[in-house]
Design a binder for this molecule. Structure first.
Ligand SMILES: Cc1ncc(COP(=O)(O)O)c(C=O)c1O
Length: 466
């Protein structure tokens, strides 16, 4: 019997992140300023983000050194373990070998601190005193609160109001790490006040919270904004996950046939698969299948269209080239809050449109069934988001059983679900219902977006790739 848990020494935590931009099959279509219809110059992004991360956003350097002071902070939870899911394999009676990279060992219980500490570090170096951000259920907010605390910054976190009241535990975590947590929409910002005037009982949404956090950063000199997914630099920071996993698989003489992750904005999946994609792009590997698992309640990759769209409801962000359901998409209240984003990372979107990455969608009941199987075999309770990857892996492993194929599957268990037990309670009591976002809704939103883009004169991304 081979090893179950594959660990690395501290000195094997990567010293550089991998930046995929120079290795993409086509040039990434640039973010577009809707006012000028021109690509957004990096200098404009500096109003919002620390200079160094803006540099990383557009960098053509394949390797980005991780500053030693930041790497020291990574050592608080990295390297994370790679675990062979033997008991799951046995239960499924599959000849497939299943490995998972477990990011739930971070202080906040998910992969999110991999980029949060980096963004807080660069902000601190550049004299920023405070970071603002939005959060839904609180995974990203708690990661940023922790990271700001590490580097002596203050944090202001706009938390979707309904979650603020219904999901208090991650709010408590954020406050424990010194954050100011504000239920959104709030009286703090002009946009929040407008929303409240129209609808004093607004439950809030991620789109509204993003707009508030951005407005706060843009209107205060001491603050910048931090983002937990979607942008290139976030995916770059997350490649520590895949770089470690590659070394760990080498130790047991394995290379994956499948690399699987769940997708909200695309950061944990990107972080895992991009270093393997690098091998493919360099001609060192072939035949690897990259599988993105999303929710049927928010099927950006499987039902959305590759277009330019805004990142938020208030249209404060530039237009990004991405698979989108339209910025007016109103998500159903499913439990995998971190997957409720209308778009997807531009890097991931390009690779999906080029056929490099395939996508699948699952409804929440089948996802929680897979999560229960995982908890009862491997012992770990997956975050509802990560459980989408578990479901995809179970399907691949069962197909391998039918075909008698000894494939190697690697997936990202991006977080644990110990603060999501309410969702598990609903699942166990049969209250959870499957939900598929209706195709007519997608068509309506996309139709509206296409009309807006036509009026603006913004072409489809396919005309802007090199
Ligand atoms: C545990 C976990 N996994 C996955 C996601 C989805 O985000 P991304 O696609 O950026 O990894 C989230 C988002 O909050 C999350 O909390």
């Amino acid at each position: 019997m081979g090893r179950r848990t594959i660990l690395l020494d501290e000195d094997e935590v990567p010293k550089s992140w991998y930046n995929v931009l120079p290795d993409l099959p086509k040039k990434l279509p640039p973010p577009i300023d809707p006012a000028t219809r021109e690509p957004v110059p990096p200098s404009k992004l500096e109003a919002l983000f620390p200079k160094e991360v803006v540099k990383q956003e557009v960098s053509s350097d394949r390797w980005v050194p991780i500053p030693e002071e930041l790497r020291e902070v990574y050592l608080m939870w990295r390297p994370t373990p790679l675990i062979r899911a033997r008991r799951l394999e046995e239960r499924l009676k599959t000849p497939a070998r299943i490995y998972y990279k477990y990011e739930g060992v971070s202080p906040t219980g998910s992969h999110k601190p991999n980029t949060a500490v980096a963004q807080a570090y660069y902000a601190m170096r550049e004299g920023v005193e405070r970071l603002t951000t939005e959060t839904g259920a609180g995974q990203w907010g708690s990661a940023l609160a922790f990271s700001c605390d590490v580097f002596g910054l203050r944090s202001t976190i706009y938390m979707v109001k309904v979650s603020y009241h219904q999901k208090p535990y991650r709010r408590v975590l954020m406050e424990l790490w010194g954050a100011e947590v504000i239920p959104s929409p709030s009286e703090r910002t002009k946009f929040g006040r407008e929303v409240l005037e129209r609808d004093p009982d607004s439950p809030g949404s991620l789109g509204i919270a993003i707009s508030e956090a951005i407005e706060d950063a843009l209107t205060h000199d001491d603050a910048k904004y931090a983002l937990g997914s979607v942008l290139n630099f976030v995916l770059t920071h997350q490649t520590v996950v895949g770089l470690e996993a590659k070394k760990q698989l080498e130790l047991v003489d394995e290379y994956p046939d499948y690399v699987v992750g769940c997708v909200g904005g695309g950061s944990n999946f990107g972080g895992l698969f991009l270093p393997f994609y690098h091998d493919v792009a360099a001609g060192r590997a072939s035949g690897v299948r990259f599988v993105a698992a999303e929710s049927t309640a928010c099927p950006s990759l499987t039902k959305g269209i590759y277009l330019y769209d805004y990142g938020d409801t208030a249209k404060l962000t530039p237009l990004l080239a991405m698979y989108t359901l339209g910025h007016d998409f109103i998500p159903a209240p499913i439990h995998a809050g971190g997957l409720r984003y209308h778009g997807a990372a531009p890097i991931l979107s390009l690779l999906v449109s080029e056929g490099v990455v395939e996508s699948v969608a699952y409804d929440q009941v089948s996802v929680f069934e897979a999560a229960r199987l995982f908890a009862r075999t491997e012992g770990i309770v997956p975050a509802p988001e990560s459980a989408h990857a578990v479901k995809a892996v179970v399907d691949i492993a069962l197909r391998a059983r039918e075909r008698g194929e000894e494939v190697t599957i690697l997936f990202n268990l991006s977080g644990h679900g110990l603060l999501d037990l309410k969702a598990y309670e609903e699942f166990l009591s049969g209250k959870l219902k499957p939900y598929h976002y209706p195709r007519e809704e997608v068509e309506r939103n996309i139709g509206k977006l296409m009309a807006e883009l036509k009026e603006l004169g913004v072409p489809p991304p396919s005309q802007l790739t090199g």
